[in-house]
Design a protein around this ligand. Structure first.
Ligand code: HSE
Length: 403
């Protein structure tokens, strides 16, 4: 019998509870015949009406000091006290599984190292892509490849918002409220709409792919707060959509280029049709080529399904630590920001003549808004585009185009 605990009884925590209760036979079979029994739920709130209210505790030491508990699901989110609790649990010889991308991206190197030393596991399948299997496939199934590129729609909330704007002509604010009511958005919506959530997730994937810690502070991050309905309409006119993309490219020299940014994606790309709260991650390996992972990237049961899968895996591997890790790099591993060129979709109130003079190789797009010029540039580095845009009298929008 494997005794487990849940830390945090919010959307994901209650989903973990539900799955453990409803799929208990299936979990037992998949955990090599070992029943998975819930012994504690940690939360600072009262749940007096809960049918198993005796499981609740407000004191993490009840879990840390209970030798029967072998696996703990940390689904509380945030850095503190999740970090301190996770560290103490791993040090006391318990495996921890998590959906907490902020914690994995910030303290993952140290927590994975402690897990390795203690011969337990720190699993984080639910931290990227919600219910989509991506961490294990990257770590195991794609292990024969040098990963060349990752491009992903990694945030369900922003994808839902953009989709509502594109398909239903909703304003940004109404679509955001909708997403919050459906339980997709983070407690602080800034994490979603300003791209920080996607940034943590691409940092985790890039660290996993390279074996070296990619510090999310080194990833230029732009959210979707400046994207307007007009931008979305222009994209549609170009047979494209606007999506928030987490992007990483791995050079043969060991350098990594990474960015989070809204991008115009042509409708012939598989990423363009990813709607609503769905996520998709395109991984390019040197042997396998492109593979795409697709599914629900947020929400109670999809995310909980990945957390519970980690619980079962931790129960199955209670005698050994699986060697998932990355290390702190010696020196800078990030590529020069100008090493990557993108085309840009630009809107300006300047004249077409001026645009043509400054951006000699550009293609104009039919106007949707009066008195402006809209065009797509040739591939340009960041400093090239900044220089050229500064020569226009006014820039309404500039959005990278995913190539
Ligand atoms: N707020 C996140 C999203 C939840 O919208 O994708 C899953 O990490």
């Amino acid at each position: 019998m494997a005794k487990v605990a849940i830390m945090g009884y919010g959307t994901v925590g209650s989903g973990v509870y539900d799955i453990i209760k409803t799929n208990s036979e299936k979990l037992c079979v998949n955990a090599n015949g070992e029943p998975v029994e819930l012994k504690y739920i940690l939360d600072i709130r009262d749940f007096d009406d809960h049918p198993e209210k005796e499981l609740f505790t407000k004191d993490v030491n009840d879990i840390i000091n209970d030798n029967e508990v072998s696996v703990v699901a940390e689904v509380m989110g945030g850095l503190h006290p999740a970090y301190e609790f996770t560290k103490s649990l791993l040090e006391s010889g318990k495996s921890v599984v998590t959906s907490n991308k902020e914690l994995v991206a910030t303290y993952g190197t140290e927590l994975l190292e402690i897990a390795r030393e203690k011969n337990v596991n720190y699993f984080f399948e639910a931290s990227v892509g919600g219910g989509i299997p991506i961490i294990r496939p990257m770590h195991q199934c794609l292990t024969a490849n040098n990963i060349e590129k990752i491009a992903g729609i990694l945030n369900g909330t922003t994808n839902y918002i953009l989709n509502q704007m594109i398909k239903n002509g909703k304003t940004f604010e109404t679509a955001l409220k909708d997403a919050q009511q459906k339980g997709f958005a983070e407690r602080n919506p800034a994490a979603d709409i300003e791209g920080h959530d996607a940034c943590r997730k691409i940092a985790i994937l890039a660290s996993l792919a390279s074996g070296k810690l990619v510090d999310y502070n080194d990833i230029d991050t732009e959210g979707i707060t400046n994207i307007t309905l007009d931008d979305v309409k222009y994209a549609a006119a170009m047979d494209a959509v606007v999506k928030l993309i987490g992007y990483a490219e791995f050079g043969k020299d060991g350098k990594i280029y990474s960015i989070v940014s809204p991008m115009v994606i042509k409708n012939d790309s598989p990423l363009s049709g990813v709607d609503g709260v769905f996520n998709a991650i395109m991984v390019t390996g040197d042997c396998v080529g492109d593979v795409m992972f697709y599914g629900k990237g947020a929400g109670k049961l999809p995310t909980a399904s990945a957390v519970v899968a980690d619980i079962v895996d931790a129960v199955k591997h209670s005698e050994r630590s699986k060697k998932i890790f990355w290390e702190k790099p010696q020196g800078n591993i990030m590529a020069d920001k100008n090493s990557k060129k993108f085309s840009y979709f630009v809107r300006t109130t300047d004249t077409a003549e001026n645009v043509q003079k400054i951006f000699s190789n550009c293609s104009f797009v039919d106007n949707i808004v009066d008195n402006e010029s809209a065009f797509v540039t040739e591939p340009l580095s960041q400093s090239e585009v900044i220089e050229k845009l500064s020569m226009l009298s006014d820039v309404v929008t500039n959005i990278r185009v995913l190539n």
